[in-house]
Design a protein around this ligand. Structure first.
Ligand code: PMP
Length: 445
């Protein structure tokens, strides 16, 4: 180094050798800085190779559910409708199209649109919600207010608040025809509100003031429901969490006063905690919005931006497919078509479940419900997100306990206002969990 950079050669300080020496120093420093940067990147960020390896490893790790991977001997938990079957779709090309980056300075304000009735609703989300309903044709959105909630669970509570009479009167009765979604009684009575209280099975109710929760297709049994109470001062809230083409034929565009939807069951993004409501009446929409303002001062903008991008990815996928078909490129590439992917999954799972039930001989399931689907433009069967599984075996009065002994966790009929010989089983978990479940079921007799 000294011979090259010491400046003692016959060309003097400004000569070629010195210049070469200085260049050498510069090159060496540059090299060292690059090496340092490389080291630091590896040390703190993992480096390019490490980043690629990390990305690959991330893609290979067990699903992002926080649950341990299942094995042949595992306890299989199908109690919750955790929509893990969608993960395979979003790990494909669609996942890239639904990726968002949120810089540190973005989404800081509480407000999304100060002039709007629902001031915390991101305009981009509202646009994509309306666009998706137009694509699927499952609900009328024109002429409705769109509200956003932290899951449709928050919107359900907002609706109860909005529909309860103001002032000191007896609590509003909240009813739903049995078997009803098990969260309805639990959430209604959780805070012991003076505004409303759970009043049970709508078919047994004979009062005048009520809110009827209509879940269609029904959680737990997949049936198509209409309000059973039509008299008095009652109001219906329609929970349409499962009114999507993968689960049921879309027979018409729903146009009820209050309709609740959630990304949890439409796209599988339960963890984003994002739901929306379509509400006809302005005063009711205003009160629902007020509830969310008082409850959580709005809804995470980050989640809204993500949900908007996810909904956009779905609708864009269908627009692309329609464009390709119009151009004569008619191969059946459903990699970007979520409802096609999910329906294929449901068809295959229900075929396996019905085969297992037939092999076992001690269980029954609700009959298949076919209908003309305006979205698919053909007659298709319903493939509900839950199996409402009944056991006819002598002595099995507690089916939930019977299955638990066989390492299958389900939700017993009692929680839905039904009897103990029936359970609800999620059809939406991972392929691995579902495969082990049907194998075990087929062997029970
Ligand atoms: N309604 C029904 C019928 C449901 O099954 C669920 C989820 N299990 C919800 C509402 C709640 O959805 P979210 O995750 O949006 O709170």
């Amino acid at each position: 180094m000294a011979a090259m950079g010491g400046g003692g050669g016959k060309d003097g300080g400004g000569g070629m050798a010195a210049q070469a020496g200085r260049l050498g120093v510069v090159a060496s420093v540059a090299f060292n800085l690059a090496a340092l940067a490389f080291y630091l990147r590896r040390r703190y960020f993992g480096g390019d190779d490490a980043a690629a390896a990390r990305k690959k490893a991330e893609a290979e790790v067990a699903p992002s559910s926080g649950k341990p991977p299942v094995t042949k001997d595992s306890i299989i938990n199908l109690d919750h409708g955790d929509p893990m079957m969608y993960e395979a779709f979003w790990r494909g090309g669609a996942g890239e199209r639904a990726t968002i980056v949120i810089p540190g300075w973005q989404t800081m304000s509480y407000f999304s649109d100060v002039g709007s009735l629902c001031w915390f609703l991101e305009p981009g989300l509202e646009r994509e919600v309306r666009r998706l309903h137009r694509l699927v044709g499952n609900a009328v959105a024109d002429g409705y207010h769109v509200l956003v909630g932290t899951g449709s669970t928050q919107l359900f509570q907002a609706a109860l608040y909005a529909l309860s009479p103001p002032g000191p009167s007896a609590p509003m009765n909240v009813v739903s025809p049995a078997p009803y979604y098990s969260s309805y009684p639990a959430v209604t009575d959780f805070l012991k509100s003076g505004l409303y209280r759970w009043a049970g099975d709508a078919k047994m109710f004979d009062g005048d003031t009520y809110v009827e929760l209509v879940c269609s297709p029904s959680n737990p049994d997949g049936g198509i429901r209409e309000a059973v109470l039509k008299s008095g001062d009652g109001v219906a809230v329609h929970d349409l969490a499962y009114y999507w083409p993968q689960y049921t034929p879309i027979t018409s565009a729903a146009a009820h006063d209050i309709m609740l939807f959630t990304v949890s069951k439409c796209t599988g993004h339960a963890g984003t905690r994002l739901g929306w409501a379509l509400v006809k009446d302005r005063a009711v929409a205003q009160k629902m919005s007020k509830f969310i303002e008082l409850n959580t001062i709005g809804v995470s903008k980050d989640s809204q931006l993500r949900a908007a991008k996810i909904l956009k990815a779905i609708t864009d996928g269908y627009d692309r497919a329609a464009g390709a078909a119009a151009a004569g490129d008619d191969d059946d590439d459903s990699s970007g078509r979520l409802f096609h992917f999910a329906r294929r999954k449901m068809v295959s799972r229900w075929a396996k479940l019905r085969a297992a039930v037939a092999a076992s001989g001690i269980f029954t399931l609700p009959d298949e419900l076919p209908g003309h689907c305006t979205f698919a433009n053909e007659t298709v069967s319903a493939y509900p997100p839950f199996a409402w599984l009944r056991c006819g075996k002598e002595g099995v009065d507690d089916l939930e306990g019977y299955l638990r002994e066989r390492k299958i966790i389900s939700r017993g009929g009692g929680k839905f206002g039904a009897d103990g010989r029936v359970v609800r089983i999620s059809m939406l978990d991972t392929d691995e969990a579902f495969a082990i479940f049907v194998d075990r079921l087929a062997a029970m007799n």
